[in-house]
Design a protein around this ligand. Structure first.
Ligand code: CMP
Length: 146
């Protein structure tokens, strides 16, 4: 369900998200304009492994469960994001992500995502850092099994 709030209230909300720290007020205003704020019920599937996906999700409140086709699971909570992999390489969703609780999310579309990265290299840096951490964790889990 989409939510509507004033641009300044949305900027306040964005200031508390680690992904957006270090951004200027102008850049926060830009994100406030281009991101859609939504609320979803528990159990809502936000991405499905193998399907096409064209949005990045930033968690404002609530938790989500990531389940990979290899059987790994990961909980994501407030301040974390998901859905960046398909946006970056155009490939299918790598995992199914389902709301474990009612959630409050920011949804950023494909075109807006790339516009944001072009304008805010610090966001690119944060996303790259998260990708590296996720890869390291996946590698560690893989070597523990093999
Ligand atoms: P994407 O592949 O677009 O859609 C599913 C998302 O789940 C993926 O982007 C990542 O954001 C997230 N994801 C996939 N694998 C993991 C993992 N091992 N740990 C945390 N998040 C993951």
């Amino acid at each position: 369900m989409p939510l509507w709030r004033s641009a300044s209230a949305k900027v306040k909300l964005l200031q508390g998200i680690p992904l957006f720290e270090d951004l200027s007020p102008r850049q926060l205003g830009q994100i406030a304009r281009l991101a859609e704020e939504v609320e979803v019920a528990a159990n809502k599937r936000l991405t499905v492994a193998g399907e096409t996906g064209r949005e990045l999700f930033v968690i404002l409140e609530g938790t989500a469960l990531v389940s990979t086709p290899q059987g790994r699971t990961e909980q994501l909570g407030a301040g974390q994001f998901f859905g960046e992999m398909s946006l970056i390489d155009g490939g299918p969703r790598s995992a199914t992500v389902e709301a474990s609780t009612p959630m409050h999310l920011l949804v950023i579309g494909h075109r807006e995502f790339w516009a944001l990265l072009a304008d805010a290299p610090l966001i690119t840096k944060q996303i790259m850092r998260t990708l590296s951490r996720r890869l390291r964790k996946a590698d560690a889990a893989f070597s523990a099994y093999s």
